[in-house]
Design a protein around this ligand. Structure first.
Ligand code: NDP
Length: 295
């Protein structure tokens, strides 16, 4: 099966690695060509010089870019994918995208005999490396069956969310909850540090109690208390996701003040910490505002 993978970023490169073996024949494209060349040196893959050349001849095309804006750009831009798709091929967009753009791409491709599913992933770089990502996809079941082996190469829990755009919607809300949990856990611990409670003791109790979350159980102990703050998922991307969630809520007329406030706070964090910061570094903003460290 001929597969094209476009977007070898923090998570994309780890996902593509699972496709660099039988029964797949892999072609990769990345904006910064050096990354694609390094990938092809270490894996069984061929580098394509343009998005058009990557997708021509592919049965399945995977995109994994920051947002739907960049997917649109490599679809319609110079040497873009649009005119190069083989009829009967499928574009699987693993970007955490936005539902209206995914629906419009699906409609445009549908008119050309190309199918589309949105298939954002969760589980982070650890699950991407072990090929055990959760994949939430939106689209038609018959289309999914044609790409199932590709998705199963990097996904373990694979869930049909609904029509095209539903995977994006579910991913945005999941990540809005992640953003809320990071902020609320850091705020709570800032209060406890000021109250003289050791954050390790606080987390021992919270993680045996109802206030726990992935942030309290994993992110804060492994990345904040240790002061390691590794870069696995850029803060800018989480800010983008919670923004998609806030717009989705607005479009649907759902009142979500907590999500909106967390979106504002992540916007502030992105301005303060920059484009390369990791998402958990948002905790640093709370630490600085309160003159404490959670360690
Ligand atoms: P990165 O920021 O690490 O990589 C982004 C990729 O997109 C790179 O290949 C980059 O190319 C490319 N790119 C950026 N801008 C453009 C552009 N204008 N045109 C073409 N290509 C472009 O992102 P991740 O790999 O971390 O994330 C990819 C997607 O997966 C995002 O939607 C993210 O929200 C989602 N995701 C990420 C997770 C993670 O843990 N990292 C977890 C779950 C989902 P270049 O190398 O040239 O910069």
């Amino acid at each position: 099966m001929k597969v094209a993978f476009l977007g070898l970023g923090d998570i994309g490169s780890l996902m593509a690695a699972h496709l660099a073996r039988d029964p797949f024949e892999l072609v990769v494209w990345n904006r910064t060509v050096a990354k694609a060349q390094t990938f092809a040196r270490d894996h069984r893959a061929r580098v394509a010089p343009t998005p058009a050349e990557a997708v021509s001849g592919a049965d399945v095309v995977i995109t994994c870019l920051p947002s739907s804006v960049e997917v649109e750009a490599i679809l319609h831009g110079e040497n873009g994918m649009l005119d190069a798709f083989r009829k009967g091929s499928v574009l699987v967009d693993c970007t955490s995208g936005d539902p209206p753009t995914s629906r419009s791409i699906a409609a445009e491709l549908g008119g050309r005999g190309v199918d589309f599913i949105d298939a954002p992933v969760s589980g982070g770089t650890v699950a991407a490396k072990s090929g055990s990502l959760t994949v939430m996809w939106g689209g038609e079941a018959l289309v999914f069956e044609r790409v199932r082996p590709v998705i199963e190469a990097f996904g373990k829990k694979i869930v049909h969310a609904g029509q095209v755009g539903s995977g994006d919607a579910l991913k945005a809300i999941n990540n809005a909850l992640l953003a809320v949990h990071i902020l609320s856990t850091a705020e709570g611990l800032a209060v406890l540090v000021k109250a003289g409670v050791d954050p390790k003791v606080a987390l021992e109790v919270i993680n045996a109690s109802s206030g726990r979350s992935n942030s309290s159980e994993n992110l804060i102990p492994q990345r904040v208390l240790t002061r390691a703050f590794p870069r696995t998922f850029r803060l800018a991307l989480l800010e983008k996701d919670i923004g998609i969630a806030a717009v989705l809520a607005d479009d649907l007329g759902v009142r979500t003040p907590v999500i909106s406030l967390a979106a504002e706070r992540f916007h502030e964090a992105r301005e303060k910490l920059g484009e390369e910061a990791d998402h958990v570094e948002a905790v640093k903003m709370i630490e600085q505002e309160n003159g404490i460290e959670i360690k």
